[in-house]
Design a protein around this ligand. Structure first.
Ligand code: C2O
Length: 550
């Protein structure tokens, strides 16, 4: 592979949406951020310079970071943040991944405006395992607040309540014509020629919401998920959680008119009405269009694509079951057939003590919280990876993260009497190359919700999922150990469980968290510390000299 250099100047930029102008944190003044393009096997060297007053880190979401854990990016996990006026060079190689990934800020809620696509092409002189697309188009979904998102999360954490809902969803940064005061320039237009096959690279960068996406009278062929090929299948609707990416082939019709069709995305949620943004972002598919200008009236009379119901949980379960690894001689499935380390984690919401002298607006005067195995993660004050590398936890973290819930209850039944979480910076230690099985069980402690869990540093195989409580006696018999999909983010079903397997072949400290940002802010996160192997190529290299200090 070759080495590709990028420079990311993190700066404020005034951006106008929905008749309001606000100053947002961007890469090089662009929103969404610039596209990173690489071929599999290439090295990326990205210099990030912080020109804003906030602390910044950038995470290359889904990049495996094999032996380059120092470049992973989550604040206080693999690095201290890049402070104002400082810079850091992220240096890593794309190994064994082809498709779409993305990057985003990984500190507080700065990712709400700082995100962009990573396009990974096949190695030189190799091809996709499907028809060569005529054109490739990244489509990145986002979530927009008219107010400053740092103020939104700070207020939520101070009051203990849920955050204010977003004001719009966006496609490539544009909210589209259904929102009040959206100007015609704020509509995403996909201009196509008839009878061609396009590759759409879909990314859900929304802060808090899982989405359905559809284009009226058209269908997609899904070919890749989280930069890993899947057995192609057809669908007219896409479901995508925050953190997930998927590549779809999109064959345009053979028509000679300059027809237009609407595309739309809106959330999937089982949350209580009013607790999430239930609006719809719309874009336009335009055939044979050489029209430069666009007015909102030019789409009058076009029909919205019929999306699944907002709470269509069974649709989501069926969708997840459609994904299988491509699994051929060139792209083999390496799912561990035997397991050395087994874990069972509950994931869900809970409550937390309201500080004295404060009134909290969460459930019954408490604060909202979230946890894994009832532990709400406390963010340390310096990076865990440094502590792990220098072999000195310094009271920064403990290695006693429980492998199983300490208190068992009917996870999907009525809530237990005590809904309070405990706190800690606890990690699971894994020996190098251990084979791991993890069952994640959603809880219904404060209502049922889907939690898109994202694991850094690995792809995992999704070997099973189900509704209700996981049954360790009967459910494993139905695990798919033949062609399970390989992903970095998977939804723990609303009122159900999911089982994943992976091999701990990447030394480092790897964050795992719900990619719904408010759940992560409430503590639905933990970390795995993977130890070095014996051979030189099984060890974490020393930290780069410019690694930021706390
Ligand atoms: Cu895309 Cu830790 O996140």
């Amino acid at each position: 592979g070759t080495t590709r250099h990028y420079k990311f100047d993190i700066r404020m930029q005034n951006v106008t949406r929905l008749c309001q102008t606000k100053s947002i944190i961007t890469v090089n003044g662009q929103f969404p951020g610039p596209r990173i393009i690489a071929r599999e096997g290439d090295r990326l060297v990205i210099k990030v310079v912080n020109h804003v007053s906030n602390n910044i880190t950038i995470h290359w979401h889904g990049v495996r970071q094999l032996q380059s854990g120092w470049a992973d990016g989550p604040a206080y996990i693999t690095q201290c943040p890049i402070q104002t006026g400082q810079s850091y060079v992220y240096n890593f190689t794309i190994i064994g991944q082809t498709g779409t990934l993305w990057y985003h800020a990984h500190v507080s809620w700065i990712r709400s405006t700082l995100y962009g696509p990573i396009v990974i092409l096949p190695r030189l002189n190799t091809t996709y395992p499907f028809v060569k697309p005529y054109k490739e188009v990244p489509i990145i979904f986002g979530e927009w607040w008219n107010s400053d998102t740092e103020a939104v999360i700070n207020q939520a954490l101070q009051t203990g309540a849920g955050p204010n809902n977003s004001d719009a969803y966006t496609i490539n940064g544009l909210p589209g014509p259904l929102y009040n005061c959206s100007s015609p320039k704020e509509t995403f237009r996909l201009k196509v020629k008839p009878g061609k096959t396009y590759l759409l690279r879909l990314i859900n960068a929304a802060v808090n919401d899982e989405l359905f996406f559809k284009i009226t009278n058209h269908t997609f062929t899904i070919v890749d998920a989280d930069a890993s090929y899947v057995k192609p299948f057809e669908s007219d609707t896409i479901y995508i959680t925050p953190g997930q990416t998927t590549n779809v082939l999109f064959k345009t019709k053979t028509l000679n008119s300059n027809a237009k069709f609407l595309m739309a995305a809106r959330p999937y949620s089982t949350g209580a009405p009013g607790t999430f943004d239930n609006t719809t972002v719309v874009g336009v598919l335009e055939y044979n269009s050489n029209v430069k200008s666009f007015t909102n009236s030019s789409i009058k009379g076009l029909s919205l694509p019929p999306l699944p119901a907002i709470n269509a949980t069974s649709y989501v379960a069926n969708w997840t079951n459609k994904f299988h690894s491509l699994g051929n001689a060139q792209f083999p499935v390496n799912v561990p057939q035997t397991v050395q380390n087994r874990y069972f984690f509950t994931v869900g919401l809970g409550t937390d003590t309201c500080p004295k002298n404060q009134t909290c607006q969460g459930p019954n005067g408490t604060k909202f919280s979230a946890s894994v195995n009832n532990i709400s993660f406390t963010t340390p004050t310096t990076a865990l990876l440094q502590a792990r590398y220098f072999g000195n936890s310094n009271g920064l973290f403990t290695t006693n993260f429980p492998s199983f819930p300490l208190n068992q209850f009917n996870y999907t039944g009525p809530p237990p009497n005590n809904t309070m979480v405990s706190h800690g910076t606890k990690v699971v230690v894994l020996p190098y190359n251990a084979t791991v099985e993890l069952v994640m069980q959603g809880t219904s402690i404060l209502g049922v919700e889907n939690h898109p869990l994202h694991l850094h540093g690995f792809n995992f195989y999704v070997v099973g999922q189900g509704t209700g409580n996981f049954n360790s006696a009967t459910d494993p018999a139905n695990f798919n150990l033949v062609d399970p999909v390989e992903r970095n983010t998977v939804g723990v079903p609303s009122g159900g469980w999911v089982a994943i397997r992976f091999r701990a072949d990447n030394p480092g400290v790897w964050f795992m968290h719900c990619h719904i940002e408010i759940h992560m802010s409430w503590g639905l996160k933990m970390a795995w510390a993977v130890m070095d192997g014996k051979l030189p190529n099984q060890k974490l290299p020393p930290p780069p000299l410019d690694l930021p200090k706390c």
